[in-house]
Design a protein around this ligand. Sequence first.
Ligand code: PRX
Length: 696
Amino acid sequence: MTSGQIAVHWKEEGYIAPPARFIGQANAADPDIFQRFAEERFPECFKEYADLLDWDAYWHTTLDTSDPPFWKWFVGGRLNACHNCVDRHLATQRNKAALIWVPEPESEATLAITYQELHKRVNEFAALLRDFCELKAGDRVTFHLPMVPELPVSMLACARLGVIHSEVFGGFSGTACGDRIADSGSRVLVTMDGYFRNGELADHKVKADEAVDAAAKLGADVDKVLVWRRRPGAYASQSPMVDGRDFFVDDLLQTYRGKQVEPVSMPADAPLFLMYTSGTTARPKGCQHSTGGYLAYVTGTSKYYQDIHPDDTYWCMADIGWITGHSYIVYGPLALGTTSVIYEGVPTYPDPGRPWRIAERLGVNIFHTAPTAIRLLRKLGPDEPRKYGYRFKHMTTVGEPIEPDVWRWYHDVVGKGEAVVVDTWWQTETGGFLGSTLPALQPMKPGSCGPGVLGVYPVIYDEDRNVVEAGSGNAGNICIRNPWPGIFQTIWGQPERFVDLYYRKYCADPDSKDWHDWPYLAGDGAMLADDGYFRILGRVDDVINVAGHRLGTKELESAAITVEEVAEAAAVPVLDELRGRAVEMYISLKPGITGGDDIRGKVIAAIETQIGKIARPQNVWIVSDMPKTRSGKIMRRVIASISNFADVGDTTTLSNPEIVDDIRHQVQSEKLARGEAPRPLTPEEEAEIKAFGRTE
Ligand code: PRX
């Protein structure tokens, strides 16, 4: 966002107090907690989170800032993440469900995996990884797994060995998976034959073959592909198994039945996993998360912000292939010894009452999802929640800004007015929550995430590093002034990019060893109200947030220009009623080429195979030329404004201003004819669209 200068006018929503029933049982109900995490107690305040874990060796230094901004937490400490999520619960709750897996077909039985059973499965798979794949601490393994219990089992088996896992969202294409295999240097890929999605058994193993090929093109060899079978013994894929490379996990496990593997004691700053995310270039960023700091942070925030107690039944509907699932389905909840529900399929299958049936049957009392799912469930089944007898004490929204009226439906209808709601703002990079209300102690305000969480101190800067004051009505770049234990350690293999992207902009002095000089740049535009509550407006960089998933414009554009006829491509966001934002592509063709639907189809296919169906553009517009600056750069904000029927602003500095009217006429008349014109933008949305692509 160009600006602390842009004034946006938003209507303040009123407060809603947490219900007394919730406060009475909350993990954090004493306001004294704010003192414990007051800024003058930083960084020692985070001892409270680390003390929730079992340590093999206690740390000597809480925060080491000697090599900014590569912060090290709990230095000298050693621990094992798998021990903390599994073994240590055996003494008191071995027969409690750690995971409850709900398959998508309703006719298929729900599977409860006790802590004892989880321990057994994790040990056996860890033995296989160690003895058959010869993996050891520090090696990387890529997973391309859907929402099945084999995914947390695989993660925890790696954690047990100190092997770094890198899960690629199951909905991503084989090519996208291959890129990430090559970037991380994994020699082993763990996948599954198939899984259910929207009533269909999807063939997933075929993507493994594409992934191995894509990795090979980048010079990376995959030695072994381990294939879990959705139904052991029955292969659900059409893709042949490659001799000597592909192995069925259920077959191999026969050899490891009952095997126990000692958890490997890891230094606190050993990497636990990589999670790739989109950025401003086509190369995805492997966010590297630590063992001690990360686990302490997700455990502490799960306890206080998700209000998880061991006897709760907690259901986060996110996919484990995203950071939300890693932190708040697997590591945080299991470290606290609770029961975490995993649902295989889509929330509206076979009908929009499905989530509420699951909640009722399993006795879910904590529910966690994203605005895009809430909008869809509201649209397709506005009265469905009333038909079911579940009772939520706590609900979360995460991943994108939530409109106040969507928030209200969530609170009033899904939560039946008796659940507290937290709107948690954070990112793949940050490991855990950054902004949220502390549910029993800070009232809710629809559309605002709330203040910085315990021990996290956000600030909004304008482009000149002036602080944008609370209540000023201006937006700016939200930053976090201090390090916190969940922050990622680096971008895998790209430490300079890590410093450049997240710390360079507002670093007061690159030689300084003082963390105060190194604010973390989140990449979101935000505003701060008088009461200290933040409102997140959205990305200020070249990232489009579709249904809570980040897509990089450069990734989309590079996929489009692999189509032979395409000369140039630009991706822009458009407002979408359900998904928040959707993608529109603009392309120009090489000289002498003409075409229409055939080329549009090729561009869509290229994006789907190189990134995944999730990135499918809503429209592909073929234009005679792109609006460009005199130095030849495509002005994405101009076409983004056209797509959204917003004012294009000043175009006099373009080298070809005449093209703007042509494109506007072409695009808008077709959209009007199809009934696709969006509602008028709010001032905040207009500011976001106008700032789009400002890094050019
Ligand atoms: O723009 C913010 C938005 O999602 C981005 C992070 O996306 P990702 O790394 O995929 O992580 C998603 C799960 C944490 C942020 O930069 N975002 C996330 N949560 C919120 C949000 N925007 C508004 N409100 C939120 N609660």
